[in-house]
Write a protein that binds this ligand. Sequence first.
Ligand code: GP9
Ligand code: MN
Length: 399
Amino acid sequence: ESSDIDEVLRYRNENYKEPDPDMNGIANGKNVIVLSLESLQSFVINESLNGEEITPFLNSLIKESYYFDNFYHQTAQGKTSDSEFLVANSLFGRDSGAVFFTHAGNKFNSLPEIFNESGYYTSVMHANNKSFWNRDMMYLSLGYNKFFDINSYDVNEENSIGWGLKDKDFFEQSIDLLKSQPEPYYTKFITLTNHFPFELGEEDKLIEEFDSNSGTLNRYFPTVRYMDHAVEVFFDRLKEEGMYEDSIFILYGDHYGISEYHHRAMSKFLGKEELTPFDHVQLQRVPMIVHIPGQTNEVNHSVSGQIDIKPTIMHLLGMDTKEDIQFGSDLFSPDRQSFAVLRDRSFVTDAFVYTKGSCYLKTDGTETDLENCEPFFEKANLDLDLSDKILYGDLLRFY
Ligand code: GP9
Ligand code: MN
């Protein structure tokens, strides 16, 4: 087992990327607010439905942020919890089942712990039962100081829909909770309203449903629009309270909301004849936004994924990542390799998309010789296999 950790360390050392000196430590000492946006996919960003913007607030926020438009979710059956795991550890979740249930007793060197060591208060705000996804247990292992679960919120019939507390009420009620924390803090918010089956009251429908054979896809647009509005309200409230300037914001989609069962309806929205395996991979893109008050607009097209969030945040806070075992790299590192491997072993590079045994040109999705993708097989497999070794062997015990 100790030879396994040596192999991991060698791989980590080979793949370490120096931070961008202009970004390194730029958010030193600031509060860090992370928004995990339920089921938000990139295909709605900067798009309209019946002439109405689907995400007007996020679109305007992106204009004042660093936006990554080739950023992929890397989750599997563990959904939201897998994305939390990726972000906290820069390790991959399981290819099936949910690591939050199976490995909550492992030793981790997670982001909340690292923040704690730097004098930060760390917390999660999410208006659901604390044991959902075994969060109460896993959050202990990840080292969060506090989980503001459903018991921290006033949830009633009026302010609930679908899975529970409506996002707007969630954010409004969270302001006081946020204020109650010692500064600086690292706090993650997990939204809920834009969750399958995408239910919404008439009074909250800010845009019309889509018109296709999929009720799921049709309803997705108004709930995305509602979540966008809820995030806007959150930012407005933070500004009113003077809590905005001292914070940086990381916003990302946790995983897809529309599965491949809705491809026919999706092809109608996208205006395509039919969707290929290439299109399916491209639909796994989720928005990734780094918002630092006072910084300007930049769209970054390089390929990346949730595994890259931990090193990115650490470098923004000026924390050294050289000794940390992570499988992603800082999104701002000048030497970063444009690459994302998905949990099903599909992968994406600047030029190619590999999935289900075929290689496609990233530009237009035409199938190309498999040998174009072959040079990346080794990296894709090592990333997943070495990460799995750590998980299944609980190898961070030895580090
Ligand atoms: C539940 C919420 C949704 O608390 O995070 O979980 P999901 O079904 O998206 O994994
Ligand atoms: Mn989710």
